[in-house]
Design a protein around this ligand. Sequence first.
Ligand code: HAM
Length: 425
Amino acid sequence: MKTLPVSTFSAPKGTYDLLPPDSAAFLAVREALAAPLRGAGYGYVETPGFEHVELFSRGVGESTDIVTKEMYTLTTKGGTRLALRPEGTASVLRAALQASLHRAGSLPVKLWYSGTYYRYERPQAGRYRHFSQIGAEAIGTEDPALDAELIILAADAYRSLGLTGVRLLLNSLGDRECRPAYRAALQEFLRGLDLDEDTRARIEINPLRVLDDKRESVRRQLAGAPAMSDHLCQACKEYHEQVRDLISGAGVAFTDDERLVRGLDYYTRTTFEFVHDGLGSQSAVGGGGRYDGLSEMLGGPALPSVGWAVGVDRTLLALRAEGVVQDLPSPTDVFAVPLGDEARRELFAMVTALRRAGVAADFAYGGRGVKSAMKSANRSGARYAVVAGDRDLAEGVVQVKDLGSGEQSPVPLTAVVDDLRRRLA
Ligand code: HAM
């Protein structure tokens, strides 16, 4: 007999569904990454999943891969060109500017966010077309302590998850004072190399990105490239020194990486990336930096800012690569198994009362037999099953079974909620 497919549809290439039980690990990672931000004065911000295309082409950069190759764009029936957000910084800054948050209170405006982002990239392990980030942006203040704060918060978040293999790479890209001279020097050097047409075009548009080329043939030729650190102006040098001192002072180790330019055009001064060596080629678990000119690029006032985004999916992969076992709360503490109609009523009421008392409880729905209901109880991960039939109820009791030890004892129905709360405390 021909079997019918479960469904004609499957998720689009490069996307994934988050399903239990794995989704619990995902939520725990997201929570662990967000918790330090909440504890450092960052307020939650949520922006739309799509924005005007120009926000990203202007914000992220006309010449970046993200804008030229990876954006999902669409034209609405009204003729508006929109793009699914490929990243969060431009959207968050747009939202802050639109609401004049920078005028409403003291600076910096500190915001954190959590969401899914979309990039039409070639899917591979750790690289998806739909992925999840936790991000933080501190808008409107130029202060090395702010750059340091963000870096330390991310490092602490990774540590709180139990990750030990996350390395921090740090660089400064200079500012509008010193970057032009460096850019010119780099262009001159690059023009003398043996490079393909695309890369030669990149030299003219964004030569710093050539430093990021991963191909061995290019990397070899880049060995003698001029270094940004030799071209930093005094102000950028001092700024970077202070960032380095502050993060060292907090016990966060880092490696200076001259080649770290990042794939988005808005960065100035501090740039950083957190990498994990257990992830293969998609090793960046998070990254960010300062973007002092972005607000003006979007038509706003000068608002020097800094931020980062951490990939939730890759952080989860890093945990798996290190074999870290997450301490996940059980989804269910108590599972109720009623035998008969009266027990159904009583135990349903008990489950409701347990939930209202803060105990995670579930119920054997569907009026199945005791064997199948007990199987559900075991599968649920609950520590206790509460079983009751007519005879128990006639005696005013229910049976509380410890699903770990198998021990079972009668408990008065009127006392069972308190009894279970005590046992679970
Ligand atoms: P990004 O480096 O493009 O930066 O992305 C941040 C993190 O998101 C990466 O380190 C990686 O973990 C994750 N990620 C990026 N693309 C993918 C993908 N295709 N699949 C899975 N994970 C991915 C930004 O997005 C900037 N907005 C960060 C920032 C905030 N800079 C300043 N403020």
